[in-house]
Write a protein that binds this ligand. Structure first.
Ligand code: CUA
Length: 328
């Protein structure tokens, strides 16, 4: 039932940085890997050398332990050198770590896109902030960001501890109830990157994904302008019936659609639902079949989710789906 291809197709790979912050972390990883590889090879070589040098004994001969009685100046010298080298290696890693942290903090923030990201069990609420409140808008589970411009994510949680990890763009940061954290990143290569909740937060923790669409600034601005628009009034009679179903049923208790009277924020904002690639936080493709199943019986698709089942008559459900598909 789960479309795994859709979940794995976007890049989620810390070893292929797509932005300057992930590059800094990637360099630290390369340093650590290189140093640890050298230590690993040296330790193995020392083991092999010790085995090769050990005095041989046969089944019938007494073991020769005479060398254990005398002083071992060479062994002690080797141990001192090895201890010194290990300490030096650790100091090297510490310096690398400090330099990486400083480099991460130095990201220039002029002309930044400010996004407030709230973790919920089990989805991501995103609010694009603006000095002019009329230019703010909300979306869910899918961020669009402009390539080359810094993005400041303000992280909060609505329930339990979550952790945001978009490996191609940045390291992890926890979202802790009652606290606010910030994460700064910049995508330098266009692409679709998959983020994942990285802190166990309940039954569907593993299926709490966030897609990040990094695109040229012009395309990003066009997307943002579209997101700021209220939902179009349906003209088609079936879609009009769908809107009436939406407003007349329990949908309005949790969801908002700008331009209608639906203005609840317990669940994802649906104003431009049809423009998103997935539903249920990156779990299913956003098409009529999956959306219909989701509305009718979300528990069978993502057990434990807060959305209740909606036992709608088939015609109402179809009309509702037609309406939701107009929310581009
Ligand atoms: Cu949210 Cu794990």
């Amino acid at each position: 039932m789960r479309d795994v291809s859709l979940i794995t197709r976007p890049m989620q790979d810390a070893l292929r940085p797509a932005g300057i912050q992930a590059e800094h972390i990637g360099s630290l990883w390369n340093l650590t890997l290189g140093l640890c590889s050298v230590v690993f090879v040296l330790v193995l070589a020392a083991c092999l050398f010790a085995v090769w040098r050990a005095p041989r004994a046969g089944a019938g001969t007494e073991p020769d332990v005479s060398s254990l009685a005398g002083p071992e100046p060479r062994t002690w010298r080797t141990i001192k050198w090895a201890t010194g080298a290990a300490a030096l290696g650790l100091v090297g890693l510490l310096v690398g770590d400090v330099l990486t942290s400083r480099a991460l903090a130095r990201l220039p923030l002029q002309d930044a896109v400010n996004i407030e990201l709230v973790g919920h069990q089990w989805w991501w609420e995103a609010r694009y902030r603006d000095a002019d409140p009329s230019r703010e808008f909300s979306t869910a589970n899918e961020l669009h960001i402009p390539v080359g411009r810094p993005v400041v994510l303000t992280l909060r949680s609505n329930d339990v501890i979550h952790s945001l990890w978009i490996p191609n763009l940045q390291g992890k940061k926890d979202l802790i109830p009652g606290r606010t954290a910030t994460l700064r990143l910049r995508a330098d290569r266009a692409g679709t990157y998959r983020g994942q909740c990285a802190e166990f937060c309940g039954l569907e923790h593993a299926l709490m994904a966030l897609l990040v669409e990094a695109e040229p600034n012009q395309r990003y601005e066009a997307w943002a302008a579209q997101q700021r628009r209220p939902a179009a009034q349906p003209t088609d009679p079936v879609a009009q019936r769908g809107l009436a179903v939406f407003l007349g049923k329990s949908c309005v208790m949790c969801h908002a659609i700008t331009g209608t009277t639906a203005n609840a924020h317990l669940g994802p904002d649906l104003t431009h639902l049809a423009g998103r690639r997935t539903i249920a936080s990156g779990m299913f493709p956003n098409n009529r079949g999956h959306l219909g199943g989701w509305i009718a019986d979300p528990q069978s698709m993502k057990p434990g989710v807060n959305m209740p089942a909606n036992n709608l008559p088939p015609d109402d459900l179809q009309a509702l789906l037609v309406y939701l598909e107009t929310l581009k």
